[in-house]
Every structure is written in structure tokens, then in C-alpha cells.
Design a protein. Structure first.
Length: 481
């Protein structure tokens, strides 16, 4: 299979962050934090309903501040302390006493699967009539850093549960109602690179023909990647794709694609430092990433981001960031790549560490349908602490606006202490939103407040005279050797 064409890369690089028209809908809101104001604030500015807008033109120069080492003191959740949500929502404890709960995946029958990555366990909860766990079990133990999970086939009756471990993707035969795996795992994708960023997420295209696998970088900014000549780079990229890193970063900082049986493993997109959360937009079928960007350029650079992932797209790492902004630590090394860098859609405060994400499509919150719920694990390398919250990324007619809104806060106690670090997001069968956090080992459930205003039904849209033309098929990315 051939590498992604330069013409296709140039086309996707032209896509920028946000939609000017959609942003205008929110611009009159006096409570929006944008520009310099959005950079200098910290966790104390976070509150449910707070809007944020960061654009590429707002970025500060590299090394505007020194880089900090400011990890939190994670303490037990103080008695009676709860996360904070807006007045239209209620939040309650779904589960506690878990060993570092990470990603959440909800089965079609409503069972809630949770990866306890450090323990090597996938745990399952069966909600009762009140939405809280009525039964639970250890679905499987003894895994190596399990993280991403996906049922296959998507949108139907699943036959398998896929689990992305640090070093491989496996699958388990699955039947609805299984609280424990019925057999041994089948290895689907072996020998994923280990070390560095260890989380591996997995998702399937809606038509069940393609499996996506997110693999983060080995390092911060490929400090130890050896220098190659032009011919060596060309040969490397011919076998992978334009912008693919090499050496210890080979097959990393990328979203890979394969057939559901693991065959034809190949690059789908490159230059994504750490896509720690991978999901599928349900209408278009496009993969989306929540990405942790690099460190060492200062408190406010570069921003983390949430974005659509373009087939054949190059997102800059390690040579560029947030579009064609050259990392000074790789100055002059790859001028040929500048024109192909894709600018991500939604920029988040730097070092917020977005992890899990999920599109909302449930029946409980009509106002959230089509938006993305994103969990931020929180900063460790920013002088002013940020993140440690769950946000709602606003879309309009399926297009990202660049705006995000604080949805769940209250995990930070002081400038030094936090009790919760949000990680996973799941949408329960009844439409409730589930959020895991691995600071205190809990899962929380968000439901509708009983006195919330009733949603007026939307007027039906008139059918289009002609269906829109189908987009051209993207070029086939190259295989991973």
C-alpha cells in the first residue's frame, strides 16, 4: 500500500482550529475566557458553565516562562466532598475503592466496563433500576497495562471485546451479559512499542471495517532520534507516511489503522504526540483524539488539544506544534514538512492533560447531543495548576467551534492538593454520564436535576432536495513494517 500523498497532506493541513461562524454565536457571552486571559488563569477560574476559547493566534512565544515541575499532592477525598456540576445536573458516586480506574466502555446491554490499568484488570458493573451497580465482577485479570476497550462489531450485537494493552491488542469472545471472560485472549496486534507513553486506545469505524489504535511517543520531543539524510528520510517515509518519526519513535506518536483481524497494520495519521483518548464521531465516522502535547517550552506552550484526525494527516510532532510553528529544539531540521502540518480543531490550556473523551448521544441531555465530553487529568508541569476537570467541547452542526465549557469541577482542594484526577468518560444506557478518576479511585454518575427546565422539541428539518455528494476516498496510508 502506498504512502499518503503530499497533495492530500496539503489539503488537510489547510484545516484550522474552530469555525469563525460558529464561534460568533458565543462571542457575545461576557463570561468567555479567551486570548491572554485564558492563558494566565489557573484552576481557580474553573466552574461549571465557564467558557474557554484559545486560538492559534493567541499562542505565546517559546520559553516565555520557565518550565515548571509542579506535581500535585494527591490526597484522599475529604469526607463529604463531591465534584461540582451546574444547576441542571446532579452528580452521585457510582463506585469507589477502585485501583486506578481509567477508561470506561459501556456494552450495548448497559454493563459498564472499566480498565484498572495498574492492576491489570478489566472490571464490569451491571447497573440496577436506579442506575447504580447492582452486580459487579472482574471480567479479566493479569493484563499488561490494559487501557482502551471496544466492542466489535460496533453498533450491533458484539461478538468480541477488544482490549488495548501496552504491548498488544487482544480480543475476548463476548456474549451479552458476560461478567467474566469465557476464554483466553486472542492476540490481534502483537508487538506494539512499549515504554514512554504507555496508554493504547482502540476504536472501530462505524462500518466495522477498520480498527484504529493510538500509540503515544516514547519521549518528550524525540531528543534522541538520530539524524538521517534526505534519501534515508524519503525511504523511511515511503514505507510509512510523510512525517512519521523513526528510531525509537518508529510506529509511535501516531494513530494506526488495521483490519479487525489485525492484518494490514498501517499509519493513519502521524505527528500526534500522545493521543491518549481515541473515539469515533457517530455521524461522520471520523476518529477524534484527545492529545497531550510536549513539555519544556514554558507554562503556556504548546496547548493540548482535541481534534478530528484526518486520514494521512501530519500533526507536527516533533518538528512543529499547533500548525506550522517550529519547535526551536528542532530548528531547521524539516522545512519540507511545514506546509503539511494540520492545525488541530480545539485548543485547551497547556498541560491540562486531556485523557478520555466520548461523544454524547444519550436521551437524558438533549442539549449535549453531538458535543464531546473530555476528562482532563491535570497539570504537573505548569507553574499555575490547570485541568483536573471535565469539559464539554462545543460543536455546531457537527463542526468544532474551538470553544469548550467547564462541565465538572471541584477535584482541586488548594494550589498544592487535589483529591481527584479525571480520566475516563462513558455514556450509560440511560444517558447518564460516567466519569472515572484515578486519584481517589472513584467513578461518578451525572444525571438530570429534577427541576431542570424542559427541553422544547426541535422543529423537524426539511429534507434536502438532493443528498450531498460523497467525499473522495482518502489515499491509503502506508503499512507499518
Amino acid at each position: 500500500m502506498r504512502k499518503a500523498s503530499l497533495l492530500a497532506l496539503a489539503a488537510v493541513a489547510a484545516l484550522g482550529a474552530g469555525s469563525e461562524l460558529a464561534v460568533a454565536q458565543f462571542a457575545a457571552d461576557s463570561d468567555i475566557l479567551s486570548g491572554e486571559e485564558a492563558f494566565v488563569t489557573d484552576w481557580q477560574a474553573a466552574k461549571p458553565g465557564q467558557l474557554w476559547l484559545i486560538t492559534p493566534r493567541d499562542l505565546v512565544p517559546p520559553f516565555a516562562t520557565e518550565s515548571a515541575s509542579n506535581g500535585p499532592d494527591v490526597v484522599p477525598r475529604p469526607e463529604g466532598t463531591m465534584p461540582v456540576v451546574g444547576p441542571d445536573y446532579l452528580i452521585e458516586l457510582f463506585a469507589e475503592g477502585l485501583d486506578g480506574p481509567r477508561t470506561i466502555e459501556v456494552a450495548p446491554n448497559g454493563d459498564v466496563f472499566v480498565a484498572e490499568s495498574q492492576a491489570g484488570t478489566i472490571r464490569v458493573f451491571r447497573p440496577g433500576p436506579d442506575g447504580l451497580p447492582a452486580e459487579s465482577g472482574e471480567y479479566v485479570t493479569g493484563l499488561e497495562g490494559p487501557y482502551g476497550m471496544a466492542f466489535y462489531p460496533p453498533g450491533g450485537t458484539p461478538r468480541y471485546l477488544y482490549v488495548a494493552e501496552e504491548n498488544q491488542v487482544v480480543r475476548f469472545a463476548y456474549a451479552a451479559g458476560d461478567l467474566a471472560a469465557s476464554g483466553e485472549p486472542e492476540v490481534i496486534v502483537p508487538d506494539l512499542p512499549t515504554g514512554g507513553h504507555w496508554t493504547r486506545d482502540v476504536a472501530f469505524s462505524p462500518d466495522a471495517t477498520m480498527m484504529f489504535i493510538a500509540v503515544g511517543s516514547q519521549s518528550n520531543v524525540a531528543e534522541d532520534m538520530e539524524t538521517l539524510g534526505e534519501q534515508e528520510i524519503a525511504a523511511h517515509e515511503a514505507e510509512r507516511m510523510v512525517g512519521a518519526a523513526w528510531g525509537g519513535e518508529d510506529g509511535r506518536a501516531a494513530v494506526l489503522a488495521a483490519n479487525p483481524d489485525g492484518s494490514e497494520l498501517r499509519y493513519y495519521a502521524s505527528g500526534i504526540r500522545n493521543c491518549s483518548g481515541l473515539t469515533i464521531e457517530p455521524v461522520t465516522g471520523s476518529p477524534w483524539c484527545a492529545t497531550n502535547e510536549r513539555d519544556g517550552l514554558g507554562d503556556d506552550l504548546p496547548t493540548d488539544y482535541v481534534t478530528r484526525v484526518q486520514s494521512g494527516g501530519f500533526y507536527g510532532w516533533p518538528w512543529y506544534y499547533i500548525g506550522a510553528r517550529e519547535d526551536p529544539r528542532h530548528e531547521g531540521e524539516r522545512p519540507d514538512l511545514r506546509q503539511y502540518v494540520v492545525t488541530p480543531d480545539v485548543l485547551l490550556q497547556a498541560h491540562s492533560a486531556p485523557l478520555g473523551l466520548a461523544f454524547y448521544s444519550g436521551p437524558m441531555f438533549p442539549e449535549l447531543v453531538g458535543d464531546v465530553i473530555v476528562a482532563m487529568h491535570g497539570s504537573w508541569n505548569r507553574g499555575k495548576r490547570t485541568g483536573y476537570k471535565v469539559v464539554r467541547v462545543r460543536l455546531t452542526d457537527g463542526q468544532p467551534t474551538g470553544i469548550y465549557e467547564d462541565f465538572i469541577t471541584g477535584f482541586v482542594i488548594s494550589a498544592d492538593e487535589v483529591w481527584g484526577r479525571p480520566v475516563g468518560v462513558g455514556i450509560a444506557a440511560d444517558g447518564a454520564i460516567l466519569v472515572s478518576e484515578d486519584g481517589s479511585g472513584t467513578i461518578w454518575r451525572v444525571t438530570a436535576a429534577p427541576n431542570r427546565p424542559a427541553e422544547e422539541p426541535a422543529a423537524p428539518e426539511a429534507p434536502a432536495e438532493e443528498p450531498p455528494a460523497a467525499p473522495e476516498a482518502p489515499p491509503a496510508p502506508a503499512p507499518v513494517p
